[in-house]
Design a protein around this ligand. Sequence first.
Ligand SMILES: [Zn+2]
Ligand SMILES: [Zn+2]
Length: 373
Amino acid sequence: MKITAAVVDQKNADFAIRDDVDLADLGPDDLQVHMVASGICHSDEALRIGDAVIDYPIVLGHEGAGIVEKVGPEVTQFKPGDHVVLSFYACGNCKSCLRGIPTQCENYAKNNLSGTRPDGSAHFTENGHPVADMFDQSSFTTTTVVRERNAVKVDKALDLRMLGPLGCGYVTGSGTVLNTLKPRPGQTIAVFGTGAVGLAAMMAGRISGCTKVIGIDIVDARLDLAKELGATDVINSQNGNVVQAVKDLTGGYGVDFAVDTTGVTSVMEDSIKVLAQGGTSAAIAVTPNHIDVDTWNDLCVDDKKLIGVNMGDSIPQVDIPRLIDFYKMGMFDFDKTEKFYKFSEINEANADSRSGKTIKPVLIIDPAYVPGK
Ligand SMILES: [Zn+2]
Ligand SMILES: [Zn+2]
């Protein structure tokens, strides 16, 4: 079937919205999803500009929210009319999936970052030529086809437009804290960067009972929002020595946990230096940058750990409903980071994300959607 999609034709090209894209046929365990809205994530930008590469042309987008239109004959958990948030795809059958760690799915890259459907077929074509997909999802479209395991059912009473980013940015930031670092009440955390991922990590630090949740950025307005959302303290790193400032806020010890969402070399290095003895820093930015680590002096001597975390070690079908519950309790106000744009404004929305003017742009792909219906 023909759909309208935002295509990136080559490295660094703008998004081009075209209505001649063909969507793959519905497979036996697929859902056809009418897209209502999609968040724009920094990973979309990394793929657009070639910091990470799948293939071109490509339909990006992996924070989709929509309504199920059709289901394949083997689908058991969804029916037409269900509201869904889309996330990554895990095979469900490998050892990691069977152990309940779908972010470590042995087929993760093949499923999510190969540009094709899990069976190797094209998700989209244009004039007979294949167009790559992202996360087996590609949400910058009016309609997409996903596997059943890409989807998470959500309450129809919620405003579906704001929920898409739960599928990547918010689950990544919060999952890194709630699933991986697992602070105990009374421990401390510093989060570098106040984008969607960083703010979600801060809110999760607060939910975990951290008594210091230190937000660090270079933009005062964003630090104000960080305070509103859960940071107990904020530091503008342009105003002096961050490492000293974190130590000053923690009785000279440093923090038990740090999360770097910036991918900036000097910041990633600081995220280790701010740790207390025994502390752990999670590096979770999609970045081409490297850091120098002196393993003995920077890590071993103080028993510090530096770890990478993919997608917050999340299980979308478990973690997204949990985040919605925290949202309903007023403990996870992710909607305060969002700004809505028309689908036709995708390039402007992406530029606003890149410049930091908007924390989380959300494209309204179906303007006729009415919340709560
Ligand atoms: Zn993302
Ligand atoms: Zn798997």
